[in-house]
Ligand binder design. Structure first.
Ligand code: NAG
Length: 290
């Protein structure tokens, strides 16, 4: 199904990335101008959240909470980011670090001048204030983890195969890379271990999962789904649904992989990941409707 606003924003990114600064791009009757980076915000690297844990490598997945964005009369904008720390396959998170959403309020005051700002003035362009943390749990209430999976739960009649911490630690493990809020307040979260799209209620409990077609799944040379192995087809390790958005008028989700599937070329030999937006080789854009 064609959705104009969402596709237009993807196309727009592509157009803007190849446009010179201040070159207007016309699309759908609007004129867009790339001003380059216009704001800069900082959180202390040792900041902790309300659970006492580090806030994490924040912003792996982020969205603006619905209903919070507002343009102030003085030229600033305010809102609340909903953000996830990154997990990833690098063993940089303790397996006890529970999957979580952080809420951070912001005041954005875009700077489009040409003279350099001092660091302290630059930091005022995006002021950030931590507000709260929502620790997330699975369908059965068990805590979720973010470590690289070394176990796989086989599919059942009610669930597709799922990545687990390990064969002796059967917690679902998720690496949040993208997030979209639904009209009912629930959240859809794009992940790179599946790659899956998980559905969470506003209390932080998982209420569903979307498994993409088998071509996306990590399949071994023996033909099994195995999230821990070096797969021969499917998503490239560490390169799942890094982009996710929803057309609220039709409740259609659009998800995009970070790179082409292995069988479609995977990543370059230098480890770079060709994507749709870079336009070097096809990545996948998928859509789901309930
Ligand atoms: C506009 O007002 C908000 C709220 O008082 C403030 O945080 C922000 O810095 C102001 N922006 C400008 C450009 O003065």
């Amino acid at each position: 199904m064609y959705s104009y606003p969402l596709l237009s924003s993807l196309v727009l990114c592509q157009l803007l990335s190849s446009a010179r600064a201040d070159t207007p791009v016309k699309l759908g009757g609007y004129s867009y101008v790339s001003k380059g980076p216009v704001a800069f915000g900082v959180l202390a690297s040792n900041a902790v959240d309300s659970s006492g844990d580090t806030i994490g490598g924040i912003g792996s997945a982020m969205t603006i909470k619905r209903g919070t964005w507002s343009a102030l009369k003085n030229g600033s904008f305010t809102g609340t980011f909903v953000m996830h720390p990154d997990s990833g396959p690098h063993g940089d998170l303790d397996k006890g670090y529970q999957t979580r959403q952080q809420e951070i309020e912001f005041v954005l005051t875009p700077y489009t001048g040409s003279s350099s700002l001092s660091l302290s003035d630059a930091k005022k362009t995006l002021s950030l204030a931590y507000r709260k943390t929502l620790l997330q749990v699975d369908v059965d209430g068990s805590k979720l983890s973010g470590v690289d999976p070394s176990g796989t739960q086989s599919s059942t009649t009610s669930s597709p195969a799922l990545p687990l911490v390990s064969s002796s630690d059967p917690r679902l493990t998720i690496d949040a890379e993208s997030i979209a809020q639904d009209v009912d307040g629930t959240f859809w979260m794009g992940d790179e271990y599946g790659p899956y799209i998980y559905h969470f209620n506003s209390a932080g409990q998982r209420i569903g999962v979307i498994q993409p077609p088998r071509a996306f799944l990590p399949i071994t040379s023996q033909g099994y789904v195995d999230f821990s192995s070096s797969s021969v087809t499917g998503r490239v390790g560490g390169q799942g649904f890094e982009g996710l958005t929803m057309d609220h008028s039709t409740r259609t989700l659009y998800a995009m992989l970070q790179s082409a599937l292995i069988q479609d070329g995977g990543v370059d030999s230098d480890g770079k990941s060709p994507t749709l937006l870079r336009g070097t080789r096809g990545s996948w854009l998928m859509q789901w409707r309930e």
